[in-house]
Design a protein around this ligand. Structure first.
Ligand code: ZN
Length: 86
């Protein structure tokens, strides 16, 4: 079964990171995130429902394709090997 992982999207209007749709941000982060109060929030690139690096399977609900990437588990394994040669 394929999974999706959230990716960060930044607003082209205010340059802040967009808050995932329908999710409440921790108070400490809320002021630094773009939300529905900004005219750019619903514009491209569209926000999704996952936090960056959050998996659809962790979220527990089906999400759309906005602000996600296919997740295979491969790069997570790579990261845990501590690959840092670049
Ligand atoms: Zn914005």
């Amino acid at each position: 079964m394929s999974d999706k992982r959230g990716i960060a999207v930044n607003c082209t209007v205010c340059k802040r990171r967009k808050k995932p749709i329908g999710r409440s941000a921790p108070l400490a982060m809320a002021n630094g995130l773009c939300d529905d109060d900004c005219e750019g929030y619903r514009a491209e690139p569209r926000p999704g429902q996952l936090w960056p690096n959050e998996l659809e399977s962790e979220f527990g609900f089906c999400v759309g394709d906005d602000a996600t990437e296919p997740f295979t588990g491969l790069d997570a394994a790579r990261r845990s090997e501590g690959a840092g040669d670049e």
